[in-house]
Design a protein around this ligand. Structure first.
Ligand SMILES: [Zn+2]
Ligand SMILES: [Zn+2]
Length: 88
């Protein structure tokens, strides 16, 4: 049986999930998940607003740089819901 490994979108940490969790590829590891975020309903999207620092362009940043770089499909620049972020 193949192990279903997922990689954290933010820090690259890898861990194993149960094979029925198909959706888990876009997730963050536990330690990245504890970052402060506030759930905001934005239309059909359930966004998680970044509660930390932002740069001059309102992109979320932390001590190690840009948080979850990518395009926010929900249109909210400081959203940190990994399901709303498309990496090109
Ligand atoms: Zn992580
Ligand atoms: Zn969002």
């Amino acid at each position: 049986m193949a192990l279903n490994k997922v990689e954290c979108r933010r820090c690259g940490y890898k861990w194993v999930v149960s094979p029925d969790k198909k959706d888990a590829r876009d997730l963050l590891c536990k330690s990245c998940r504890v970052k402060p975020a506030r759930v905001v309903q934005k239309g059909e999207y359930r966004c998680e607003a970044w509660q930390g620092e932002v740069d001059s362009d309102l992109n979320p940043i932390d001590e190690s740089g840009l948080v979850l770089p990518g395009v926010r499909v929900c249109g909210m620049k400081d959203c940190v819901n990994p399901k709303h972020i498309v990496v090109r």
